[in-house]
Ligand binder design. Structure first.
Ligand SMILES: NC(=O)c1ccc[n+]([C@@H]2O[C@H](COP(=O)([O-])OP(=O)(O)OC[C@H]3O[C@@H](n4cnc5c(N)ncnc54)[C@H](O)[C@@H]3O)[C@@H](O)[C@H]2O)c1
Length: 442
């Protein structure tokens, strides 16, 4: 993979978001408000974090924008697709994440963001019932129509580059099928044969983005770009891809907390995570087939940090057929809480001579408030990666994702440990800024 210095951006950056719901409208509102000096983009690494570059006498701590040529917030032009016709202002009002005082000053800009017709299949999200949907002959036609949308958006707005971000609902679980997803040729044939079972609408968006020269980011736990066919396409078109599933609340805590247990060589017999959530995301995830997609993503985090095979004495004892600790994740739809998700974690650990102890974590978070800065960082860093000649799976973005992409066909293990992910992120920034990657402790 190339490690060249990123080229400076020219012109505007188009950010096309699939799904104009709670996360997207909060993301857009925050960027527009920050541009006017009305709000601060808190939680965004690209706007706040400082990392060290150079060593010894040359050591400096700099913001990312002083190391690499990031696009400015002022350069972002938003567009979107959604199943419902509500514009970004209406969507922000409906989502009830932000207060009127924060939305009204940017009403005009938000109203101008009107969703294009969605590439949608109700079988992938049964609880949604909007009519702002494309008529498609087959999956290939669906892809072609999205490509046309991207081209038209570029023409109409005059943006220089586009990044496509999926912040739409979680689709039903699509298991990887080697016969369809194993190669680009097979994927294209399945699209042309209108294989609705294996080709999710999200795959059409990803295919279209990569084919139109736009990096693609998967913010939900969908299988979409987690397949060899998409890696092949990303290699062919030299586009970065990242996924999957924004690491916002409970999993962020998990990937930061599990290393405490692992590093101190404490034992784990069980970890029970549950959530109550009342927004549209919660409604979609109340459907078992959609929850399954989320469950697979959420479960994977712990298993690569606390590995039973590596430490059978510590992690090989639990109720899960006595082979490892018991790990359970639940999401319950509970409308009164709306976007203010409450997560509970009960962690059963054991110490010296096997004596049990418990840790409880109760995170009263705001889902979209945590997700919005991740959208910004993922978009800006994918655009940067593309200008640095990086393409294919962007492992340095694992820091922002619950279930980081990795090449499982080569037995690659995903990095879920938050602090290892941070080292990967910092080194990629250093390299794209023309500095050496290193592992010196700051
Ligand atoms: N907020 C978080 O903390 C968090 C964390 C990780 C992942 N996510 C994921 O981000 C996504 C967005 O979350 P949200 O709270 O904004 O949900 P939301 O329900 O408010 O918004 C999703 C929007 O996507 C639209 N949509 C669904 N399928 C579509 C398609 N094929 N094309 C275009 N639009 C489509 C829906 O109509 C809806 O308006 C979800 O998949 C969620 O699981 C959120």
């Amino acid at each position: 993979m190339a490690t060249k210095k990123a080229e400076a951006p020219k012109g505007k950056l188009g950010v096309l978001v699939v799904g104009l719901g709670a996360v997207s409208s909060t993301f857009m509102a925050g960027v527009l408000a920050a541009r006017k000096g009305l709000a601060k983009p808190i939680g965004s690494m690209t706007q706040y974090d400082k990392i060290r570059v150079g060593e010894g006498e040359d050591k400096k701590y700099l913001h990312y924008k002083d190391i690499v040529p990031l696009a400015e917030l002022d350069d972002i032009v938003f567009g979107a697709w959604d199943v419902y016709p509500a514009n970004a202002f209406e969507s922000a009002v409906n989502a009830e994440v932000l207060k009127a005082k924060d939305i009204l000053p940017i009403k005009e800009e938000l109203e101008a963001i009107k969703p294009m017709k969605a590439a949608f299949d109700k079988n992938y999200a049964k609880r949604l019932d909007g009519d702002n949907v494309k008529e498609c002959k087959d999956r290939w036609d669906m892809t072609e129509q999205i490509r046309e949308d991207i081209r038209n958006f570029k023409k109409e707005t005059g943006v220089d580059r586009v990044v496509v971000l999926w912040a739409a609902s979680t689709e039903v679980y699509v298991p990887v099928d080697e016969k369809v997803h194993g190669s680009l040729e097979a994927l294209e044939a399945a699209m042309k044969a209108d294989d609705k079972e294996h080709i999710a609408p999200s795959m059409c968006y990803a295919y279209a983005a990569l084919s139109e020269g736009a990096p693609f980011i998967m913010g939900a736990p969908n299988t979409t770009v987690d397949i060899p066919a998409m890696w092949e396409l990303a290699e062919k078109t030299k586009m970065p891809i990242a996924g999957k599933d924004f690491k916002t609340g409970q999993t962020l805590v998990k990937s930061g907390f599990a290393p405490i247990i692992g590093t101190r060589c404490l034992g784990l017999s069980g970890w029970f995570s549950t959530n109550i959530l009342g927004n549209r995301d919660g409604l979609v995830l109340d459907e078992p087939a959609n929850f399954r997609t989320k469950e697979v993503s959420k479960l994977s985090t712990l298993e690569s940090i606390l590995v039973p095979e590596d430490q059978p004495d510590l992690y090989g004892h639990g109720n899960d057929e006595d082979t490892q600790y018991y790990h359970k994740v639940r999401i319950n739809y509970y409308p009164p809480r709306n976007d203010n998700k409450e997560g509970w974690d009960n962690i059963d650990i054991f110490g010296w001579m096997g004596y049990p102890m418990q840790i409880k974590i109760n995170f009263l978070c705001r889902d979209s408030i945590l997700a919005a800065p991740l959208c910004l960082d993922l978009v800006l860093l994918s655009d940067l990666a593309q200008r640095a000649g990086r393409y294919g799976i962007q492992r340095f973005l694992s820091f922002f994702l619950k279930s980081p992409m990795h090449d499982y066909t080569k037995n690659e293990v995903p990095v879920n440990h938050l602090f290892q992910q941070y080292v990967m992120l910092k080194n990629a920034i250093r390299e794209m800024g023309g500095y050496e990657a290193d592992e010196t402790i700051d």
